[in-house]
Design a binder for this molecule. Structure first.
Ligand SMILES: *Cc1c(COP(=O)(O)O)cnc(C)c1O
Length: 362
């Protein structure tokens, strides 16, 4: 606290990202990064941009990237006018809160969800109401339809940190039943097991679908995300962006992201490898007695009926393996474990029995 702070700053509750450890020999299964590298074509494109041309500002509209995203989704009627890009999908989401969710009625999102949503609500003073997930941790569309007037709806699909997928037909039922609300579907993990709602965009002017290159494109370090929606929604986002930062994507990010989107072969290969490793990880955890929620993401959400999640996480940490543990009441006995390389997943499965024994004996 300082007398120099503006009043809103003292009322903020900033988001706490997962640990990025300084020591390098840790097995990092805590922030859902992709164990495989980005497309070699993306790395080459980034390197080609590292010239004296960096003295010039980048393309303010990131046009090559919007063209690539539109081309990839052309079968769904997507054009560059349907695309917004930002410095990570977190920035895209922040602008969406500001541009599309700041109304009189409270917005709706699940009680267990991406913890940046309450942070943005707080930052932009957006009133919100949380809708409890069902006992099996899935989203029930009817609960949103019965929640009364709302200023918008946002949820991740698959949800974070549960990994549970809402079928596309249910997403459509929600979007179709709420024509007066913007519905934002945060598809950070959709490539690992779901069908994207981008397929619905041309039919629903109230739907905004948000993607990131951090997970399935393995470019968390480049900071690129995008949204696809009706051009009127995109104009709202552009108005906020152009009142905030004209150049959110630098030259290297535009070039690297464009090449990554165009490298479909690398994307498919690594996506399928992660899905395969996830199946092995789920099998291994289940054998050790964990209950694992059905995951359509590049992480699993698991609890052990006999062992305290915080203790297991601390035990793993002492072995150099980091997983994510959240303390909010409903999920305090769960661990969120990123699907790493096969070797990393195996190291986790090998380390676990010792820690399960230890807490059992206490
Ligand atoms: C990782 C994640 C994002 C943010 O991704 P960035 O593009 O790296 O900012 C957004 N939403 C959810 C649900 C995520 O898990």
């Amino acid at each position: 606290m300082s007398k120099y702070w503006s009043p809103i700053v003292s009322r903020l509750t900033p988001y706490t990202p997962g640990e990025q450890p300084k020591i390098s020999n840790l097995i990092k299964l805590n922030t859902n990064e992709n164990p495989y590298g980005p497309s070699p074509l993306a790395i080459a494109a980034i390197q080609r941009e590292a010239t004296s041309a960096l003295r010039l500002y980048p393309n303010p509209d990131s046009e090559p990237l919007k063209l690539a995203i539109a081309a990839q989704n052309a079968e769904h009627g997507i054009t560059p006018a349907h695309v917004f890009v930002g410095n990570g999908s977190d920035e895209v989401l922040a602008h969406a809160f500001h541009a599309l969710l700041q109304h009189d009625d409270p917005i709706l999102y699940p009680d267990i969800t991406y913890s940046f949503y309450p942070t943005y609500s707080n930052l932009y003073q957006v009133a919100y109401k949380t809708i409890p997930l069902a006992d099996d941790f899935t989203i029930r569309v009817d609960d949103y339809l019965n929640a009364g007037k709302n200023g918008g709806i946002i949820f991740p699909n698959p949800n974070a940190p549960t990994g549970c997928l809402l079928p596309l037909s249910e997403v459509e039922r929600l979007v179709a039943s709420q024509p007066d609300s913007t519905v934002i579907v945060d598809e950070a993990y959709i490539d690992f097991g779901g069908e994207s709602a981008i397929a619905l965009v041309s039919r629903y002017p109230n739907l905004l679908v948000v993607h990131t290159l951090s997970k399935s494109r393995s470019l968390a370090g480049l900071r690129v995300g995008f949204a696809v929606g009706h051009p009127d929604l995109i104009i709202a986002l552009e108005r906020v962006k152009n009142s905030f930062n004209s150049y959110p994507l630098d030259r290297m990010a535009i070039a690297g992201a464009t090449a990554a989107i165009e490298d479909q072969a690398h994307f498919e290969y690594t996506r399928l490898a992660v899905i395969k490793s996830r199946n092995t990880l789920v099998e291994g955890l289940t054998k050790l007695g964990f209950e694992v929620l059905p995951s359509a993401a590049n992480f699993v959400f698991a609890r052990h009926p006999q062992h305290d999640a915080a203790e297991v996480a601390a035990g793993l940490r002492s072995d150099g393996i980091i997983v994510r543990h959240f303390t909010s009441a409903r999920i305090a006995q769960f661990l969120r474990i990123t699907v790493g390389s096969d070797a990393d997943c195996q190291a986790l499965l090998d380390a676990l029995p010792k820690h399960l024994q230890k807490t059992a004996g206490d």
